[in-house]
Design a protein. Structure first.
Length: 365
């Protein structure tokens, strides 16, 4: 069937949302659908096919972004024009993560699958009014609501904004493939890794301070940089963002992945608080790599991970010494390390983009 995904995200880019959208389009196409992605005519000047390491192509329509207008007006004009372009083809279903785009599609009686990834607090005042006043997330032709976590679903149910019967919980996913042949040398410095956005709420200062007190191990951070590489400490290496083709080789070399989230995780642009809603894509990449994950003990992460089964949770996660102790204990317990690694790898099999795409399309009217 013909499916249209309308995105407001620039592509190619290093934003996690852009990666997820592209991968969903790819895997919907793999399942035999005819997928068209409409997106802004912005992003890195490179092939999105190569940048995202796609195995299956799909249709792409690039829509002008109305840059001459103020950002707020630009946002609404883009939604209107992208929908206009989409009406030239008879699509059976539309998918979007954008509230205003979903609202307009529903008004013109299109069948919409809406992805909900956060609460309304990071949206503009106008969008918040639309959702609360028109309650369009309950419209009949909104055929499915995809909530990224239970935290997201519970927020909208509590505020009486969604229809529970049409709602499913689908966390993020990964397409990365790893083998588990590498043996860890516990007698040498372990390689501790972090991949992704590097705001203070996600552990930027924390990792620096952790590396500072833990000279028994080396720390590697891959994030968006203006410079290609920064070397702060003798055991802390910060390198530029990697595309999907290169990330596997770098992740293979890591022994322990960390997710040192602090209180109040900010979204893209270092705004808002998504600590009750997030389903970080790095988590699923970490699982697929088959290495131990040490993470801040957040309720939303417990939806996926289990302490001492497939991860180590740090309860007092603002205490830097608790992280150092957890790493040292793992280093002294190869048996536990291997058990956690194997279980993490097995868990990752539940979270592929193909499985996610199939569940989105199940039981549609």
């Amino acid at each position: 069937m013909k499916i249209c995904y309308i995105s407001n995200s620039a592509m190619p880019s290093d934003n996690a949302s852009s990666l997820q959208i592209v991968k969903m389009c790819e895997h919907l196409q793999i399942l035999g659908n005819e997928v068209t992605l409409i997106l802004p005519n912005t992003g890195f000047r490179t092939s999105y096919y190569n940048f995202y390491n796609l195995k299956k192509n799909f249709n792409v329509i690039k829509c002008k972004k109305f840059n001459k207008f103020p950002i707020g007006i630009n946002y609404y004009l883009y939604s209107i024009y992208s929908i206009y372009l989409s009406t030239k083809t008879n699509f059976k279903y539309y998918i979007t993560r954008n509230f205003f785009t979903a609202f307009l599609l529903l008004l013109i009686q299109k069948k919409v699958i809406f992805e909900l990834h956060t609460d309304l607090n990071i949206e503009g005042r106008f969008v918040r009014l639309l959702v609360k006043y028109f309650k369009f997330l309950k419209y009949k032709n909104l055929v499915k609501l995809v909530c990224i976590t239970n935290g997201v679903k519970n927020y909208y149910i509590k505020n009486k904004l969604i229809n529970n019967k049409k709602t499913i919980i689908l966390p993020s996913a990964t397409e990365l493939k790893f083998d588990l042949k590498k043996k860890i040398n516990f007698n040498k410095k372990l390689k501790i890794g972090y991949f992704g956005s590097f705001y203070e709420s996600r552990g930027s200062k924390f990792i620096y301070n952790l590396a500072k007190i833990d000279d028994e191990n080396n720390y590697y951070v891959y994030t968006k940089l203006k410079k290609k590489k920064i070397h702060f400490l003798k055991n802390l290496f910060i390198s530029d963002f990697l595309d999907r083709k290169k990330i596997v080789n770098k992740m293979k070399k890591i022994d322990i992945f960390i997710m040192p989230y602090q209180k109040g995780i900010t979204a893209k642009g270092d705004v808002g608080d998504i600590s009750s809603f997030t389903s970080p894509m790095k988590l699923f990449d970490y699982l697929a790599a088959g290495k131990v994950i040490i993470a801040s003990e957040l309720k939303v992460l417990k939806e996926i991970l289990t302490h001492n089964k497939n991860c180590i949770f740090i309860k007092n996660f603002t205490n830097i010494f608790d992280w150092k102790i957890a790493i040292k204990k793992l280093k002294n317990s190869p048996k536990k390390y291997n058990m956690l690694s194997k279980n993490a790898y097995m868990l990752s099999k539940k979270y592929s983009y193909t499985i996610r795409a199939k569940k989105i399309l199940e039981k549609l009217n």
